[in-house]
Design a protein around this ligand. Structure first.
Ligand SMILES: C[S@@+](CC[C@H](N)C(=O)[O-])C[C@H]1O[C@@H](n2cnc3c(N)ncnc32)[C@H](O)[C@@H]1O
Length: 267
């Protein structure tokens, strides 16, 4: 099954279409471009990190239930009226209940089999494609009305061109005026933390500041680390433009919310 079928069969939900598929057809995506495999290796550090921390993601890393609910509701307000939603880095799927309650058809992307396994344990699941979202996305043009990338999912680009490449791909798979909502680390908050080179947090978490805009997140309990980046509002606008018209809103102490409209010329 391809996403084309989903597009023409708007009366059936994506989840229902997938449930009724044969196992080998379970994911409604086009085949991945050849570049994906090499790019997947490029995100090997992210895969290793999230595979390792999956065992304690919901207890140690996920936002509290209330904060998670408030933030997801706010994100959903930005995509109200949209129906086909791509969730980048769906992880353990904490956003899923509200996304599904709002009536959206969602498909997830994640590169960590361990995180995907957590999501698949939920009572209501969605189709999830195991792939690296910094690679060409395995979806047809204009397949989605909106994309979500919540809770720092975009904080670990593997190369300097990663954001512009992702912006181009999202501009392609989102329909014109489709919306991207992303929760990303704030460079302003990191700059405050940069005065303290090591910030030790509970549960063996340690943030090592490398510069105003780059850091390493260490999980000393599990002995894994991952590099991260953040920009200020102007930086986020610049990495996502000219494909997206970007608004940056404050979000808690260390993140900002990006609400970006797809203004790229369609093929
Ligand atoms: C911080 S978690 C967020 C999970 C969930 N969306 C939430 O809000 O709690 C980031 C998720 O993105 C996934 N991820 C990170 N980099 C990725 C990449 N390059 N491609 C696909 N998934 C990625 C991780 O495996 C992880 O599940």
């Amino acid at each position: 099954m391809t996403l084309d079928r989903f597009q023409v069969d708007a009366s059936s939900s994506l989840a229902a279409a997938v449930r009724s598929s044969k196992p080998e057809e379970a994911v409604p995506v086009r085949s991945s471009p050849a570049a994906s495999n090499s790019r997947q290796l490029e995100s090997g550090p992210a895969k290793n990190f999230f595979d390792a921390i999956a065992c304690r993601y919901d207890r140690v890393y996920a936002l509290s239930g209330r904060v998670s609910r408030d933030r997801t509701e706010e994100a959903l307000r930005s995509i109200a009226g949209k129906h086909r939603v791509l969730i980048l880095g769906v992880g353990s799927g904490r956003e899923l209940p509200l996304v599904l309650d709002a009536g959206h058809d969602a498909i997830g992307v994640d590169l960590s089999p361990a995180m995907i396994a957590l999501c698949n344990r939920r009572s209501r699941t969605i189709p999830i494609v195991e792939t690296d979202f910094w690679s060409p996305l395995p979806f047809d043009d204009a397949s989605f009305d909106a994309a979500l990338a919540l809770h720092g999912t975009l904080a670990h680009p593997p190369r300097t061109t990663a954001f512009s490449d992702l912006a181009r791909e999202l501009g392609r798979v989102l329909r014109p005026r489709g919306v991207l909502v992303a929760e990303v680390p704030s460079a302003t908050a990191l700059a405050r933390m940069a005065s303290v080179p090591q910030r030790v947090l509970p549960e063996g978490i340690r943030i090592e500041m490398l510069s105003r805009t780059s850091f390493i997140h260490h999980d000393d309990a599990l002995r894994v680390s991952i590099a991260g980046v953040a920009y200020d509002a102007e930086g986020w606008r610049s990495v996502l433009s000219p494909i997206f018209d970007v608004k940056v809103e404050p979000l808690g102490d260390i993140e900002v919310r990006i609400v970006a409209i797809n203004v790229s010329p369609q093929p």
